[in-house]
Design a protein around this ligand. Structure first.
Ligand SMILES: [Zn+2]
Length: 193
């Protein structure tokens, strides 16, 4: 069976990203049990959406699918190009997409503090403490099980995206006072749209 990840090219459809506080973002997602073409198509569209957002990770609940999987790429390049009219575009390349379906942490070790952002909370950045090293068991798009070891930014990204499957957003890790302020602001912004 061929794997589109090996020769990934940027094709797909841009999906709408759900913003906080929407109910789907605080719901525990359900496991994937059908590894079919529609799953592959959804994943391709999620990658396309993530790269264009741009972001380094996107979980299924963020595109309104309460299912246990997410995509990440912490290594791709993004070059800003300014044309003669002064308009900015981005040249994306060196894609290394990774997909984690039905992930489970086997090990978490150490601590690391990093400023995080989220496509579902545009404009907000907060320092979050995470495990520095992780070992994750997951399934690929064919349902085959694998083990992933990660450290640093990749481990942070995996933990951030995993949280989305548990109905947790990164500001759930910060103080309640700060969180309520952000929640109020975002609710107001949504209403005024
Ligand atoms: Zn996020």
């Amino acid at each position: 069976m061929s794997d589109f990840l090996e020769n990934y090219t940027l094709v797909g459809e841009k999906l709408g990203i759900i913003t906080y506080p929407s109910p789907v973002l605080s719901k525990k997602a359900v496991p994937v049990d059908l590894f079919d073409d529609s799953l592959v198509q959804l994943i391709k569209n999620m990658l396309f959406t993530m790269y264009h957002a741009p972001g380094i990770g996107l979980a299924a609940p963020q595109v309104n699918h309460s299912k246990r999987f997410f995509v990440i790429d912490t290594e791709y390049s993004r070059e800003e190009i300014v044309d003669s009219d002064g308009d900015k575009t981005f040249k994306l390349g060196d894609f290394k997409p990774q997909i984690f379906i039905n992930p489970k942490f086997l090990e978490k070790d150490g601590t690391i503090v990093h400023e995080e952002g989220c496509l579902s909370l545009p404009g907000y950045y907060e320092e979050v403490t995470r495990a520095e090293h992780i070992v994750l068991e997951y399934q690929d798009i064919h349902g085959k099980k694998h083990i992933k070891k990660a450290s640093g930014l990749e481990a942070i990204c995996i933990q951030h995206e995993y949280d989305h499957l548990e109905g947790i957003v990164f500001i759930d890790h910060i103080s309640l006072i700060k969180k309520n302020l952000i929640r109020k602001k975002l609710t107001k912004e949504k209403k005024s749209k």
